[in-house]
Design a protein around this ligand. Structure first.
Ligand code: IVH
Length: 692
């Protein structure tokens, strides 16, 4: 028995190394279906020992520590896999002008006029995957899921013969990412077979690939003949490539299929040519693509550019023009959103638009309907592009029925009957029903539990609607009191059948109820940023919520200033303007909002804002203001760097400012800093602070 308390630092380090190696061997043995290398008990004992040593010597935690690895294989075929490097998505652009804007933005950020080389890759319309290799052996595969956590599809990926199971001369830890797809030929063959068997067919190759990959029985996956292309990486112990081009060379060497059409382009003209050419050969390709991905080739530049919340700044997806089709508008109805906005939606006679059946389209707002004069009964051109909601592009007046009348936009909320009014400078008409409007209440609840807010799994849209209608959950607090109310017998929680418990509902069993409560209880601790976002304050999205959290640090502080109507600090935050500040203060003016928040705070703990990024940095928690022209960095780059080092960036100097970074020709802000006795530093000093 090893006594952790008695280990010297050297001994502990050696022990951690031994454990990591033993457990890695065991994992590999398991995944290869060899005889197990360790028994389950031995495996667990090592894991515990590892955790104990790491607790005592946190500074010794290894990059390849089993505590960081997805430990023992998951039980069910689709266990969850947390992505240690999130699987990001890309921003979409639809025209060459937008591509030019994107490139100009990259250059501005990097403060260069020189051409930047981009790797141009066909955007494969499939399903992204990540494949993890340890010591050259394929150990785990996962889907993208929500980007942070995916499904474990190790067994299924193993059946795809194009995926190498073993790599020569690869980094110790390497995650290769790419796209699994089904060729058009395989898709048609599969559908023909299904049709002859009277089975439901797949709408397009993408759906067929997804349905085939996410099979509990990997043998079915094998039969489906899936293919793949590799194009990026996740975690890697040692990055031995310097550019995307270089990475493709490595991938080929290791035996991964890479797309033969990938090309390095040196300037916009070449990019344009690449795009046009790809559009032309698109239909002759054996697989579906839906656009082109452009990536800054040089990884050093990629690193300088960094990331926005969910997408990299160094890449973009240029989507092919939307696909269109003709159909008839069977009805126009009005949806009421979380903030009361009335959105018109066209119900359409179902039509196949580029492989997807479309039966609704958004009509945006009343001006849009009037401008296009869209009427019930009209024949219209609909288009869809990627994941966006289908739109009505135009009406065919020749096909309009003789008795047709223009659509009249309602001035009352169709859900609650309250007046719907339109402010002078607004495009949308809003229901004034506020809290009494059920549609708004339901949408607010959906927002409250959504992914970037409380992220409560198991409370999907349908359930929220049902629970709201039956008065089981009418406001956010009810979510957290549900378990106790459900447990209290005789409670007339359920209006229709007093005394009925969730367990007894149709489609609910003991297990699913337990799961729901577990999912709710898991979220009784929440970060300040998520909490603020969950409140659904108008204009306050994830990025603003984070800014507020970073600047106010705890809920009490934020609430105090807002209820006092003090917006000075709020508005000094770079990124929060007057109109947003107005909406935030308005939220706090509503008695009801405050009382809901207070009741909520009895149920959940809102964590103070913690610097997740580089707490050790001298800028962490400090408020920085930039002024004048910087020489080495662009403004955005400087701002991003400061934020990455845990600093808050303000737009104006106040007594709360810690540093003012002076560029050349700094003006009044420098003067204010001097008057207030705030420390000023040069750009060089700022860089030195950032780089430690
Ligand atoms: S790179 C951070 N390259 O498109 C970079 N993605 O809209 C992440 N996709 O989730 C992705 N072909 O599923 C990349 N050559 C390619 C791609 C590609 C298809 C998909 C992928 C991604 C989505 C983003």
């Amino acid at each position: 028995m090893i006594e952790v308390e008695k280990l010297s630092k050297e001994q502990a380090a050696a022990e951690l190394k031994r454990i990591a190696e033993e457990m890695a061997k065991s994992d590999i043995a398991y995944y290869q279906n060899d005889a197990p290398y360790l028994s389950d008990a031995e495996y667990d004992a090592l894991k515990r020992l590892n955790a104990e040593i790491e607790k005592r010597f946190p500074e010794l935690i290894r990059d390849d520590s089993p505590s960081k690895r997805i430990g023992a294989p998951l039980q069910s075929a689709f266990g969850k896999v947390a992505h240690r490097f999130p699987m990001l998505s890309l921003a979409d652009v639809f025209s060459i002008e937008e591509v030019e804007d994107f490139i100009a933005g990259v250059k501005r950020f990097l403060n260069t006029e020189a051409d930047i080389a981009f790797m141009c890759e066909p955007k494969i319309d499939g399903l992204s995957f990540t494949a993890r290799y340890e010591n050259g052996l394929f150990v785990q595969g996962a889907t993208r899921g929500d980007g942070r956590e995916g499904e474990d599809i190790t067994a299924n990926l193993k059946t795809i013969s194009q995926l190498p199971q073993r790599l020569e001369n690869a980094p110790e830890v390497l995650e290769v990412r790419g796209e699994v797809y089904m060729s058009k030929a395989d898709f048609f063959a599969l559908n023909a077979k299904y049709e002859s068997e009277g089975k439901k067919t797949f709408a397009n190759p993408r759906n067929a690939a997804a349905g085939s990959l996410r099979q509990l029985d990997p043998e079915i996956t094998r039969e489906r003949n899936l293919s793949l292309f590799a194009y990026t990486w996740g975690e890697v112990s040692e990055r031995v490539w310097q550019s995307q081009e270089d990475f493709f060379r490595c991938l080929k060497k290791w035996g991964f299929p890479t797309n033969p059409n990938n090309r390095l382009c040196q300037n916009v003209a070449e990019i344009e040519k690449f795009f046009a050419n790809l559009m032309e050969i698109r239909s002759s390709l054996t697989y579906d693509i839906d656009g082109v991905v452009y990536k800054v080739n040089d990884i050093a530049l990629q690193e300088r550019l960094g990331f926005l919340t969910r997408t990299p700044r160094w890449a973009v997806a240029h989507k092919f023009p939307a696909e269109q089709a003709l159909t008839k508008v069977s009805n126009i109805r009005i949806q009421v959103g979380r903030t009361g906005a009335l959105t018109p939606v066209a119900d359409l006679e179902p039509v196949n638009v580029g492989g997807v059946i479309v039966s609704h389209a958004t009509l945006h707002n009343e001006d849009e309907i009037r401008r296009k004069d869209i009427r019930i009964g009209d024949t219209v051109v609909v288009q869809r592009a990627g994941d966006v909601i289908p739109q009505v592009v135009a009406v065919l007046p020749d096909k309009r029925p003789a008795n047709s009348v223009p659509f009249e936009f309602p001035h009352f909320c169709p859900e609650c009957g309250a007046h719907a009014i339109r402010e002078e400078d607004e495009a949308v008409r809003r229901c004034t029903g506020g809290l009494t409007c059920p549609a708004q209440a339901i949408e607010r609840l959906k927002h409250f539990v959504s992914r970037d807010a409380f992220d409560i799994e198991g409370l999907g849209g349908k359930i929220i609607e049902t629970f709201y209608k039956e008065k089981i959950i009418v406001n956010p607090v009810d979510i957290f009191t549900l378990e106790n109310r459900n447990a209290a017998r005789g409670d007339d929680l359920f209006a229709q059948e007093p005394g009925l418990r969730l367990e007894a509902r149709d489609g609910w069993g003991k297990k699913s109820v337990e799961n729901l409560f577990a999912a709710i209880n898991k979220r009784r601790h929440i970060s300040l940023a998520r909490f603020i976002y969950a409140l659904g304050i108008r204009q306050v999205g994830t990025a603003t919520s984070r800014l507020i959290a970073q600047n106010f640090e705890n809920w009490r502080h934020f609430e105090e200033e807002m209820t006092a109507g003090e917006t000075e600090k709020l508005m000094s935050v770079d990124g929060i303007g007057e109109s947003m500040a107005h909406d935030i203060v308005e939220f706090f003016r509503e008695e009801h909002n405050i009382s809901t928040v207070h009741k909520l705070l009895q149920e959940v703990t809102v964590e103070d804002f913690a610097e997740q990024i580089s707490t050790g940095s001298p800028l962490s928690g400090k408020t920085v203001v930039f002024t004048g022209t910087l020489e080495h960095l662009t403004r955005s780059e400087a701002k991003a760097k400061a934020q990455a080092a845990g600093a808050k960036v303000a737009g104006s100097v106040s007594k709360n400012t810690d540093f003012v970074v002076l560029g050349t020709a700094a003006g009044s802000k420098a003067k204010t800093a001097l008057e207030l006795g705030i420390r000023t530093i040069s750009e060089e000093e700022f860089l030195a602070l950032i780089n430690g």
